[in-house]
Design a protein around this ligand. Structure first.
Ligand SMILES: Cc1cc2nc3c(=O)[nH]c(=O)nc-3n(C[C@H](O)[C@H](O)[C@H](O)COP(=O)(O)OP(=O)(O)OC[C@H]3O[C@@H](n4cnc5c(N)ncnc54)[C@H](O)[C@@H]3O)c2cc1C
Length: 467
């Protein structure tokens, strides 16, 4: 029997994908930066099937590439071009095994789409707070493996903070049973954390115990026009203090981000009469229903009195809230339609975000005259998508050829400020060289030792993350 027949015997013939057309979506990624090849993609439906598939690949020395919703932004789920790997997709691992509104936990299989878990939590009066633009297609195993961030990190943490336990198929096919729902467990090394953010290099996550929270009953959202960038910090800190830490999202939007949305995305409109240089999208939420509107109004009145806000709009309805969020969420798509983009997903301490944006802007504008900086993102947790749009009338490829040079300028400054060159998107294939450049050699050495301990044959998602 050849490999495909043996795989078919495990998952059923319809779940071994081999034809070029059917295989194509598994071989490319969201941004079109990477295009790989593979023997086939397999779609196991249970943890036992995943384990059997992995055991077979391990015995026959075949590289494996785990894949969830394939929305990752660093090429981590795309196989290499040599065509030797098998893609192992989690798309049929979609059972919610248990939901417990007393323990505030949910046990989900790795292929559950994030939005479906949010909905399941809401049905029992709970919140699963992980939220990001790709939530309609990314899968929880992918979120865990990239330690995804998103818009609610400042209140609820990253995915790492939301995972209590994991079930993982190791690179030799053994199943690690770590599906514990404990809030306290100090029994030696906390192994789950090695798999979170490992981007599929240490094993395949098949299920997870996730933390839930009481569902919010009140949500107040405002778009605040800022007179200058530094004002963002004052408004944010004030809102946190005044609301008893009920700020759930604090997103920074530059004028150019709104302009691109107005130009390219249907339904976006400028809610203010005059343009402002920066905006802050602030959202407060609480599981109580008594307080936040007045708090937010007071915060805005004070901010205006102290010249930290030039104008503000409070959402009066769910529809208006969505239209304010749309301005923020439309930026990546609008940027794509404007031409070539060079992207940076960086983090510094929140208090340093304005200085970082100013230093990086000055440096890239000096290095590449005409480049348009579109710096936006999760100000509340210090994460900025410091993206560059090509100069007007510039050849797109000539601009994209500057990717490495621009990365070096921005990442040097961010590193100098004690920050991270990959805040929430991970390393994948895209940033392996950058990681090797910036991470201390001891860190790299420890990462390699961990990789070797789990995957001595180097078969689990080779070429990703570990330099
Ligand atoms: C429009 C848009 C908005 C986004 N916004 C955000 C954002 O705000 N914050 C953020 O953090 N990210 C964001 N992302 C990136 C992306 O959605 C996240 O990285 C997401 O967590 C990836 O999930 P996925 O299921 O698509 O994983 P994939 O892309 O399929 O895989 C990502 C990595 O995880 C590995 N992997 C996948 N499943 C498993 C598994 N079960 N076990 C082991 N390894 C596995 C893959 O091998 C790969 O290395 C955005 C992407 C898009 C397209």
């Amino acid at each position: 029997m050849d490999l495909r027949d043996r795989l078919a015997a495990i998952v059923g013939p319809g779940n071994v994908i081999t034809t070029a057309t059917d295989l194509a979506p598994y071989l490319k990624e969201e941004r079109g930066l990477f295009h790989g090849a593979a023997r086939c993609a397999v779609r196991p439906a249970t943890t036992a099937e995943v384990a059997e598939v992995v055991r077979l690949c391990a015995e026959t020395s075949i590289p494996m590439v785990p894949q969830g919703g394939n929305t990752g932004l660093c090429g981590g789920g795309v196989p290499s071009e040599d065509g030797r790997a098998v893609v192992i997709s989690t798309e049929r691992l979609t059972r919610i095994r248990k939901i417990d509104p007393i323990d505030f936990t949910l046990i989900a299989e790795a292929g559950c789409v994030l939005a479906s878990l949010q909905a399941a939590a809401a049905e029992v009066g709970c919140l699963f707070p992980l939220s990001l633009g790709a939530e309609g297609s990314c899968r929880i195993g992918g979120n865990i493996s990239t330690n995804a961030g998103g818009t609610n990190v400042l209140r609820y943490g990253t995915t790492r903070d939301l995972v209590l336990g994991l079930e993982v198929v190791l690179p030799d096919g053994q199943i690690w049973h770590g599906l514990k729902a404990l809030r306290k467990d100090n029994t030696g090394y906390d192994l789950r954390h090695l798999f979170i953010g490992a981007e599929g290099t240490l094993g395949i996550v098949t299920a997870a115990v996730l933390k839930l929270f009481p569902a919010p009953h009140e949500r107040q959202t405002a778009l605040i026009a800022l007179p200058h960038l530094d004002a963002a910090l004052g408004v944010f800190a004030r809102a946190r203090r005044a609301s008893g830490d009920c700020v759930t999202a604090c997103e920074l939007i530059p004028r150019i981000g709104l302009n691109l949305g107005l130009r390219h995305i249907a339904g976006i409109r400028d809610p203010f009469a005059v343009p402002h240089p920066w905006y802050l999208l602030l959202e407060l939420s609480s599981s109580r229903t008594d307080s936040l509107r007045g708090t937010l109004e007071d915060v805005l009145a004070e901010a205006m009195a102290e010249d930290l806000a030039a104008d503000a709009i409070l959402a009066e309805s769910g529809e208006q809230r969505q239209s304010l969020w749309r301005i923020r969420e439309a930026i990546p798509e609008a940027q794509k339609r404007e031409g070539g983009s060079i992207k940076h997903d960086v983090a510094v301490a929140t208090s340093l975000v304005p200085e970082m944006i100013k230093r990086c802007t000055q440096a890239v504008e000096a290095a590449l005259p005409g480049v348009r900086v579109v710096a936006f993102g999760h100000l509340g947790d210090g994460n900025t998508h410091f993206n560059l749009t090509q100069p007007k009338d510039c050849d797109t490829q000539a601009f994209l050829d500057q990717w490495g040079r621009m990365n070096r300028i921005v990442h040097d400054i961010v590193t100098d400020m004690g920050g991270s060159i990959s805040a929430e998107h991970g390393i994948g294939r895209l940033k392996v060289d950058e990681l090797a450049h910036y991470k201390p050699s001891l860190d790299i050495d420890l990462m390699r030792r961990i990789k070797r301990a789990f995957d001595p044959q180097g078969l689990m998602n080779p070429g990703k993350v570990v330099p």
